[in-house]
Design a binder for this molecule. Sequence first.
Ligand SMILES: *Cc1c(COP(=O)(O)O)cnc(C)c1O
Length: 493
Amino acid sequence: MEKSSGLIFEKSSRGRKAFSLPEAAMPETEIESLIPGKYLRKNLRFPEISELDIVRHFTHLASKNFNVDGNFYPLGSCTMKYNPKVNEDIASMEKFRDIHPMFPEKYVQGILSLLKEMEEMLCRITAMDAFCLYPAAGAHGEFLGMLLIRAYHERKGKIRKKIIVPDSSHGTNPSSVHMAGYEVVSIASDKNGEVDLEALESALDEEVAAFMMTNPNTLGLFESKILEIAEKVHSRGALLYYDGANLNPLLGICRPGDMGFDVVHLNLHKTFSTPHGGGGPGSGPVGVKKHLVPFLPVPVIEEKDGGLILNRQKPQSVGSIKSFFGNVGVIIKAYSYIKALGDEGLKRTGKLSVLNANYLKQKLKGSYHLPFDKTCMHEFVLSAKKQLDSGIHAVDIAKGLIDRGIHPPTVYFPMIVEEAIMIEPTETESKNTLDEFVNTMKEIAGLAAKTPEILKKAPIKMSVKRLDEVQAARVLDVCWNFEKPEDEGQEDG
Ligand SMILES: *Cc1c(COP(=O)(O)O)cnc(C)c1O
């Protein structure tokens, strides 16, 4: 019996309840006598179901989710690594959990000193001079980064209008640039998949406020000319922005601040242990070099009279960018992860993530096209170009993996690789898991060559089969068909 199928509303029986309360001692009152009728919702339906059935329903649904604790999740760019549970325990300790963000500073010296120490640890890891922990995600950090860059140029009396991004950049990069009111200038990558210096040179004019890039780039390749790039950008008075989503392989080995970056954001939920996916919560701290420190958001945690205070008096600050202090739970998890690993552990993290990716790359390059055949960092990009001959696309390979219990790698990104399949194993996987993945990818390449019509039907083992993705994007039908409320004008949840 497939108990979990169907919606909870379909399991509803009139009059069934998940609770039993004692008879009320007060006389019953009609709700309309207490709240005016116009504020009451009509036709608000709840499923009527027993407690046990509710528990079963949601337990079954939860077990249908793909998650990093259940399956291998080689989602390129997203760093879906194992997150040690001890960090969850620490973040949910009563003394952290029960602090209210509006407590006066003198009662929350403990958490303030943790946040301050976290800022300092991130400065050390990245070679920056100060950090702001408030942004809630990488994209939010990018947006703050753009505001800081604008404040810097305005202070110098220059209005610069453009930000350069490589054509391999993550979609949030041009979006953040645009949101901050800048114009996006995209430059092509060279034949090695790196920033094309000539293209950069010719795009760099007096109007350019910054060059925004990630290193290793989204192809998983280290930008070998980074020092030259930094020199060129700075010589034109522009700044260099580091998208730190790809920091994982460099941990403990090299630092964006030493490469010449002026502003960085990190994705704590990728690099520093927080389960992510499904929209958060995350944390995207932003680090800056000295010349940008005055513009950082308020409040700034500062030492005063032997204690810590929240200083809101920063005349050059870009202002407040998040309610209270960011997603503090995520910051505590990252703090505990960094402390547990120590300097040696962080370095090992970086090295193993590179080793694992190169192992997979070498094992798979016979079965799939490898557009850039050189040592990669923590991830690499294959292409399903070879499989195209039999009508198989990257998406078919992805769906085939789902049937075999593996989350698909990132596909169709970066966009500069045709039929891209971007694989990031992370440092936390064992050789056995990597070998199983290699075997599965080879099995799928075999199917693609011999029986593509079977692969085209995947996934067949999941409760949701192959979706019409075009239709799904165009025709939104995400709700169960509730009966229409009688009063059409009324907003009814
Ligand atoms: C994930 C990612 C981002 C955006 O980060 P979010 O935390 O998802 O907002 C930006 N750039 C790159 C390269 C990424 O992988």
